[in-house]
Design a protein around this ligand. Structure first.
Ligand code: ADP
Ligand code: MG
Length: 401
């Protein structure tokens, strides 16, 4: 696979870079510019090579099936223009912004770019054809570039016009398709939890979060790859109900019970033996620890102290760890202990490769002060799960290979 650092003869060439500028913002104010910062190494590399850099990204959602005035409202809400300003500040150069996503205005903006200049196009999702990988749209966008770089890991599991259509066409024309620094780091790191050699076992997965149904495919493939799968979070209650336990008012998915039972029967799954329970999810009261069945009127909010001890001991054996999904409702201080315990157990490992894949898990690790202790924190929650599910394959990366 071609890496951006190995791309040749780019002086004067138009290079389309698919970045992930899907930043949290409201009314043009960007509250977290991490994703823009993460794209800088690739952009700087291309500028050093005297390329003409054309950046494309989606921002938020534009639902083209809605009424025209709703679509207009969504477009206004997800306007990419403020990102160009912030990027300009970070790069210390003037970043041009093109409000058009097709047609002469876009063509002219690209044509007026000089070597070492940067142009950011408006939100790719302004185009209806983006998410459909529309061939006409892909053709028009591909015609703007002499080369392509994929640096949006968080979008690599989507075969859209900007992630798949463009590189497919450019490759067929014999032009350079490469991956950027951000994607390279993700691929190299995630490969270590996709194909794990014998000497990097025990391989332990820690799964939590809300729903079993969101994660069926990844549970399946992790059970094939891992020695143990530790389960916490709300999804644990679906497994416990499947084993005939009572879980009070805890959320569980009645349509996943057979699946949960089958997965449990692999013998690799560890489930909580106690829970921190509460009444009233919104304003939790009567918080206490329950072993065994949870009484009516209470719901499980976190794994309990005995479970923490068992899980910590198990994690301590690991040479490879993949973690997705908090152990409890970590957003509330009363229910962080389970997530802190698994974070700390990972942080204490001496010779292990530890990966977080999952948006909420990454923010939990950050909030609780453990983010820097992990070997890799993926920038793409959905993409990292799909990479494990598909044995290392993602459409937006395979198309470059
Ligand atoms: P990720 O984004 O890392 O993949 P998920 O989105 O699957 O994780 O799950 C995160 C959410 O799960 C958090 O908002 C957390 O509050 C919730 N959660 C965890 N445990 C429980 C629980 N026992 N009851 C209700 N919600 C829970
Ligand atoms: Mg989430």
């Amino acid at each position: 696979m071609l890496l951006v650092k190995d791309m040749k003869d780019l002086a004067g060439k138009r290079v389309i870079v698919r970045v992930d500028f899907n930043v949290p913002q409201k009314g043009g104010v960007i509250s977290d510019d991490n994703r823009i910062v993460a794209a800088l190494p690739t952009i700087k590399e291309l500028l050093a090579k005297k390329a003409r850099v054309i950046l494309m990204s989606h921002l938020g959602k534009v639902k083209h099936k809605e009424a025209p005035e709703v679509v207009e409202e969504q477009k206004k809400k997800n306007n990419m223009a403020p990102v160009a300003v912030r990027l300009g500040e970070l790069l210390g150069i003037d970043v041009k912004f093109c409000p058009a996503t097709r047609g002469d205005e876009l063509k002219n903006a690209v044509a007026s770019l000089k070597d070492g200049e940067v142009l950011l196009m408006q939100n790719t999702r302004y185009e209806k054809g983006e998410e459909k990988n529309d061939p006409e749209l892909s053709k028009e966008w591909a015609s703007l570039g002499d080369a392509f770089v994929m640096d949006a890991f968080g979008s690599a599991h989507r075969a859209h016009a900007s992630t798949y259509g463009i590189p497919e066409i450019l490759k067929a024309e014999g032009k350079q398709d490469a991956i950027g620094y951000l994607v390279e780091k993700e691929v190299v790191s995630l490969e270590k939890v996709v194909n794990v050699p014998a000497d990097r076992h025990p391989y332990i997965a820690i799964l939590g979060g809300f729903k079993v149904s969101d994660k069926i495919k990844v549970i399946d493939s992790l059970l094939k790859k891992c020695d143990k799968v530790i389960i916490g979070g709300a999804m644990a209650y679906t497994f416990l109900v499947a084993l005939g336990r009572k879980v009070g008012n805890s959320p569980f998915e009645a349509d996943q019970l057979d699946y949960a039972k089958r997965m449990y029967d692999t013998g690799k799954i560890l489930l909580p033996v106690d829970s921190v329970v509460a009444q009233d999810f919104e304003n939790p009261k009567n918080i206490h620890v329950v072993e065994g069945d949870i009484p009516e009127g209470f719901e499980g909010m976190d794994i309990g102290p005995k479970t923490r001890e068992i899980y910590v001991k198990e994690i301590a054996k690991a040479k490879t760890v993949f973690w997705n999904g908090p152990m409890g409702v970590f957003e509330k201080d009363e229910f962080t202990a389970g997530t802190i315990a698994v974070c700390k157990a990972c942080a204490d490992l001496k010779d292990a490769f530890t990966v977080i894949g999952g948006g909420d898990s990454a923010s939990a690790a950050k909030k609780l002060g453990f983010k820097e202790k992990f070997s890799h924190v993926s920038t793409g929650g959905g993409a990292s799960l799909e990479m494990i599910e598909n044995d290392g394959h993602l459409p937006g990366i395979d198309v470059i290979k």
